[in-house]
Design a protein around this ligand. Structure first.
Ligand code: NAP
Length: 480
């Protein structure tokens, strides 16, 4: 791999400040050419228990550091990440497949959470509350929840970890991270830089594994872990929530989505086309906030389709490391099979093929587009998670809102329009945690990221993000 800082490419995991190998290992494969990148330890129950013990033991000293000290270390981590941005982006593209420009953007985006929570570390304020009697004072203090487990997906292997670990460390929590089997290298590279930045031994531990179920069970069942922060599918989120119930852990669940993208008749169509492309095709369509269902008003339906078609035809699928590629490969064969299944099923039920998504060599899939999609098709109910745009027609706002909310998910929603009264009405009635209005990009450190319904609960980033990692204690002080 063409990186300057060779220390970033790790073949070991991090437990209690030790870079460790394991009796077993598994291979990390480049999804573009299926070549072996490197092998990493295949950890199991015993390594996970060691990592939990390390996080448990180091919690006392880490939470007792001054907020300023934790803040300084997070700043140092942020600086190192940005200094190594190019190498980190190369590692990310090589293990995950997304184009290098997006990988660089992900590193900067993830780093922005570390900087933000370096700032927030100093602002974990409490409250004083007037007591019920003259002799009583009530004081609210905020304390770190304890050691945290973070389980993260492959689609944003760096940013999903940063969004969890930055607020956790800022609040005084320690952590055990379990990255996805497909993409452990970004997590290990970040952990190496965390160590260089001065994060003490045991505060941050990374367990790599091909057996997520076993490691997950150990993390969920252990009472020393006080919080689980999970990003991934709704199906796995529900399993983990159930597994955490005996230990009553605090939970954050950042789960799947099925985002509607709505184009109203008074929208700026060119802007709407650009917003749709940005939302739909980022990471080759593999984001939880990708426009999954594109609803277009009947009066502009044909015009919108024509303009979108022209743009989609120009999207080149290729190696993420080549500068003219606009989308890289999908993550694995199951992802390719899923998009193909949804496309074929929609076609068999009457969807009109505008651009056929073609499976090229390996896991590369070209960008596709279908129209006249309806809610009896699987593609309306499931995350496509691939480069296929699905267009639906609507005629009234009430019909459109009913369709947009006709899903168990509630993560992101988008619409394009201009009438302020209509904008308020639609924004307030969309059942989702985040709404993009006249934009296809909503992820941003200053805003609370998270969903409702089966997209989970908890918020990442913004002034709200730190709350997930602290607990409230109130002191009732009797002065008499
Ligand atoms: P996934 O299959 O749920 O996996 C997510 C993580 O959970 C991975 O680390 C995975 O490890 C682990 N895992 C899987 N089964 C497990 C089990 N039984 N016990 C413990 N851990 C387990 O999801 P994915 O396919 O990686 O990611 C795509 C999903 O994530 C989509 O649904 C997407 O919408 C969602 N997502 C949500 C957000 C958000 O912020 N709401 C952001 C990004 C992605 P292995 O991969 O090693 O098995």
């Amino acid at each position: 791999m063409d990186i300057k800082n060779k220390n970033l490419l790790k073949n070991s995991c991090l437990i209690n400040g030790q870079w460790r190998e394991s009796a077993k290992s598994f291979e990390v494969i480049n999804p573009y050419n299926q070549e072996l990148i490197i092998s990493v330890p295949d950890c199991g129950e015993s390594e996970t228990l060691e990592a939990i013990e390390a996080a448990h033991k180091s919690f006392e000293s880490w939470k007792s550091q001054t907020a300023e000290k934790r803040s300084d270390i997070l700043y140092a981590w942020y600086d190192l990440i940005m200094k190594n941005q190019e190498d980190l982006a190369t590692i990310l593209t090589t293990e995950q497949g997304k184009i290098l420009a997006e990988a660089r953007a992900e590193i900067a985006y993830g780093a922005s959470y570390i900087k933000w929570f370096a700032e927030e570390a100093r602002r974990i304020y409490g409250d004083t509350i007037p007591g019920k009697s003259q002799d009583e004072r009530i004081i609210v203090i905020k304390q770190a929840v304890g050691p945290v487990a973070s389980i993260t997906p492959w689609n944003f292997p760096m940013a999903m970890i940063a969004r969890k670990i930055a607020p956790a460390l800022a609040a005084g929590c320690t952590a055990v991270i379990k990255p996805a089997e497909d993409t452990p290298l970004s997590a290990l590279a970040m952990a190496y830089l965390a160590e260089q930045a001065g994060i003490p031994n045991g505060v941050l531990n990374v367990i790599t594994t091909s057996d997520s179920s076993t490691v997950g069970k150990v993390l969920c069942a252990d009472d020393r872990i006080k919080k689980l922060s999970f990003t991934g599918s709704t199906k796995v989120g529900k399993i983990l929530m159930e597994q955490c119930s005996p230990t009553l852990k605090k939970l954050s669940m950042e789960l799947g989505g099925n985002a509607p993208m709505i184009i109203l008749d008074d929208a700026d169509i060119d802007k709407a086309v650009s917003g749709t492309i940005a939302s739909k095709f980022r990471n080759a369509g593999q984001t939880c906030v990708c426009a999954n269902r594109i609803y277009v008003h009947e009066s502009i339906y044909d015009t919108f389709i024509e303009k979108l078609e022209n743009r989609i035809k120009k999207i080149k699928a290729g190696s993420g490391l080549e500068s003219d590629s606009k989308i890289g490969p999908l993550i694995n064969q199951a992802a390719v099979d899923k998009v193909t299944r949804l496309f074929e099923e929609a076609k068999s039920k009457g969807a009109r093929v505008i651009i056929e998504p073609e499976v090229k060599e390996g896991l590369l899939m070209s960008a596709g587009m279908i129209a006249d999609v309806t809610h009896d098709m699987d593609i309306a109910k499931e995350e496509i998670f691939g480069p296929l745009a699905a267009i639906y027609k609507f005629s009234t706002d009430e019909e459109m809102l009913k369709l947009a909310n006709d899903t168990e998910f509630g993560l992101a929603a988008y619409f394009f329009g201009t009438d302020p009264k209509r904008i308020w009405h639609i924004a307030e009635n969309l059942e989702s945690g985040m709404v993009g209005i006249n934009t296809g990009l909503i992820s941003n450190v200053t805003a609370p990221f998270g969903g409702v319904k089966h997209s989970g609960f908890g918020r990442e980033g913004s002034k709200y993000g730190i709350e997930e990692y602290i607990q409230i204690k109130y002191l009732n002080w009797n002065l008499s």
